[in-house]
Ligand binder design. Sequence first.
Ligand SMILES: C[S@@+](CC[C@H](N)C(=O)[O-])C[C@H]1O[C@@H](n2cnc3c(N)ncnc32)[C@H](O)[C@@H]1O
Length: 212
Amino acid sequence: MDANFWHDRWETGRTAFHEGKPNKFLVKYIKALNLPKGARIFLPLCGKTHDIAWLLAQGYHVIGAELSAIAVDQLFETLGVEPSRQQVNDLTHLSADHIDIYVGDIFCLTAGQIGHIDAIYDRAALVALPDEMRQNYGNHLVGITKAATQLLLTFQYDQTKLDGPPFSVPEEMVRALYSSHYTLTRLAHETLNGGMKGQPATEEVWHLTPPP
Ligand SMILES: C[S@@+](CC[C@H](N)C(=O)[O-])C[C@H]1O[C@@H](n2cnc3c(N)ncnc32)[C@H](O)[C@@H]1O
């Protein structure tokens, strides 16, 4: 999945991954993260998700990373906010009250740029990446956030029956990627209504907590 794949998706409006409302698992399980108001939550590969408006309404500060300028312009338009823009190396930093979005490749983002992160919310980010990118992604995410606690949503289905994205990320893959940095707790394991493009599928919600 290279950058052109995603740019093409946004340019042609093929964004079925974009949910019309805040994600039900985020709304249900955010309390597991035990975050104070004002906590800084990082959304990797954030698209223009409504989860951002919901998190802002809960009193959190949102930091996001997204490849597509189209997605981010639409995000700020929906929020009704005119951000300030600053070019920082290969990334464009769009910011407004309680929100900072970095437009460009997440692998160019540094810990110094995003500052302190209290928690990561990964919805449709890890599962958007093919197998060969996931280890780098996991390491990079842990590195730039200093292993901030995570709420991670995944899908599982028979990968031999279907191409991603979204890709199937079974439990053993979550453990292989993250168990050296975090304690892993599975908060939910539910059948995906309607399956994944006709294949039976499940969704899982993981809470990743760093060692004390
Ligand atoms: C499946 S979408 C999920 C978007 C969002 N998390 C949501 O729940 O709607 C994956 C997003 O990752 C973005 N993306 C893919 N590769 C990226 C990269 N290397 N750096 C930053 N964003 C990337 C794509 O443009 C796309 O918007």
